[in-house]
Design a protein around this ligand. Structure first.
Ligand code: MV4
Length: 498
């Protein structure tokens, strides 16, 4: 087993990986940027190395500096977490070239799955169902012919895509030309690859994904599904295991699990990975893409299977065989996770970093909190403002939702705004509680309810605080003004979200 591992990441996932390393008796090396000098992952690590200024392009994305840090500290392996370099094939290859073990799949698997059309071809070759579409980048004539055959609406997607960038819904031929042009230029800007392919659009789909785990000797199992349909602008908001749909139709888990394993095997996949499926209204499922990393929402799978995915990732990277067979995996109870963000639900969910002046964490039965914040810490504005993932386990979905509501009531964060109050609304929603989920759920939720707004008596306070914020940023208000703006915001928050 490794004696020392470097974590090429920050925030809650760096902390989460370190916790397992410590349980395994493995020393951890943190890397950090200027903005993260006082961050929890640095405090918690056994050793730490500064890798550059705050912009991630100059620190967390610097392959050379991270590999130098690993060598300097004598780490034998690198855990990439999620985001940053976790799905960068060049990074995985550079680790191996430097004699360091990349805790993840091979560079080839990452590269293959990075091309959404190559991933589709691999899934098709493996006999996994895919949405009708093309296996290569298309020209205008090819999309028009495809839509002529399959019918509208169709969805244009970036070959190098993911995350909804470069995606365009097209409802009629007259919209096709400009949609294709816009999608290609967005893809070019985002991925430096203008390639666009096309799929038939699945209306109101669910997003259900399968967790996979394979060793380097050819064994592979699935750890069941996660329901990830609740998203806002391609950001997951709430995740669950099991999926309420799979609870109603238990045979779906086996069918999707088998399809996921076939697709991953065809790519020579090992370590942890996730196959995403779209599920249509008739419960047909289609391979969408494969994520070649540990996912943000892995804790719900851990809670329901009792496994530690990071521990398994590390063991597999060190050459161990999978310690169990498919038949030995069992799913018990129900888990829900909420992604707690420093963002303003009253202002279009804009990031709202700042200093934490008050922090009370939820505790007690069935609670798991994966966070990176402490009282007095300033949430840096340079990065994704995820504060913590609050996950709960209970015997049934209904009990898990009630437990989550209880935990959210205990959670008190002061000084910044968070989406905690928004979760309370969603978890009390009848459709949510009935498990009637699809990827358009949150948009429809906002149509059913008014977009979240502070109570009228506090609107003036919030407006004043916002105005002062703007003035401070523009340099037209004094520091004292800004401080009182914080105080108002603080007072407002206490009443708004109680
Ligand atoms: C789709 C789709 C409907 N039909 N493909 C969005 C991100 C990208 N990874 C794939 N996505 C979608 N692909 C077809 N053929 C709907 C989405 C989609 C979506 C998927 C998963 C989770 C949330 C979503 C929100 C909007 C659209």
């Amino acid at each position: 087993m490794f004696r020392k591992v470097l974590i090429a990441n920050r925030g809650e996932i760096a902390v989460r990986v370190m916790r397992t390393l410590r349980e395994m008796g493995i020393a951890s090396v943190a890397v950090y940027s200027d903005a993260d000098r006082t961050s929890l992952h640095v405090r918690m690590a056994d050793e730490a190395e500064h890798v550059g200024p705050s912009p991630s392009a100059e620190s967390y994305l610097r392959i050379d500096r991270i590999i130098d840090a690993a060598k300097k500290h004598g780490a034998e392996a690198i855990h990439p977490g999620y985001g940053f370099l976790s799905e960068n094939a060049d990074f995985a290859a550079a680790c191996e070239d430097a004699g360091l073990v990349f805790i993840g799949p091979s560079a080839n698997s990452i590269r293959l799955m990075g091309s959404k059309t190559a991933a589709r071809r691999s899934a098709i070759a493996a006999g996994a169902p895919v949405v009708p579409g093309t296996e290569h980048a298309v020209t205008f004539d090819e999309v028009r012919d495809f839509a002529g055959r399959e019918g509208y609406p169709v969805l244009l997607k970036a070959v190098a895509g993911g995350g909804g960038k470069g995606m365009r819904r097209v409802d009629r031929e007259s919209e096709l030309e400009s949609a294709l042009r816009n999608a290609a230029s967005e893809a070019e800007r985002a991925f430096r690859d203008p390639g666009i392919y096309v799929e038939k659009l699945v209306e109101k789909p669910r997003h259900i994904e399968i967790q996979l785990l394979g060793d380097r000797h050819g064994a592979m199992v699935h750890l069941g599904e996660r329901e990830c349909s609740l998203q806002r602008r391609h950001q997951k908001v709430i995740e669950e295991c099991p999926s309420p749909l799979v609870v109603l139709h238990p045979e779906m888990r086996h069918a999707m699990g088998e399809a996921a394993i076939r697709a991953a095997r065809a790519a020579g996949y090992y370590n942890a990975g996730t196959v995403e499926f779209l599920v249509d209204q008739d419960r047909r499922f289609y391979f969408l893409e494969m994520n070649t990393r540990l996912q943000v929402e892995h804790p719900v799978t851990e809670l329901v299977t009792g496994l530690d995915l990071v521990k398994l990732q590390v063991e597999i990277a060190a050459g161990a065989r999978l310690p169990f067979a498919q038949e030995q995996i069992a799913w018990r109870g129900s888990a829900v996770e909420c992604r707690i963000y420093a963002e303003d639900p009253y202002n279009d969910f804009l990031p709202y970093p700042g200093k934490l002046t008050r922090l009370t964490r939820p505790m007690g039965p069935g609670i798991r909190l994966d966070g990176c914040v402490y009282d007095g810490w300033t949430v840096p504005m340079e990065y994704d403002p995820l504060l913590a993932k609050l996950a709960v386990w209970a015997a049934t979905r209904e009990d898990a939702i009630d437990r989550m509501l209880r935990a959210l009531r205990e959670y008190d964060v002061g000084g910044i705004r968070t989406n905690i109050g928004f979760f309370r609304q969603i978890l009390q929603d009848a459709e949510f509680r009935a498990g009637q989920l699809h990827t358009g759920f949150i948009d429809e939720f906002f149509e059913r309810h008014d977009a979240p707004n502070p109570p009228p008596d506090l609107t003036a306070v919030a407006a004043l605080a916002a105005a002062l914020d703007t003035m401070t940023r523009a340099g037209t208000a004094t520091r004292t003004d800004a401080r009182s703006s914080n105080a108002w915001r603080e007072a407002g928050r206490r009443d708004l979200l109680r």
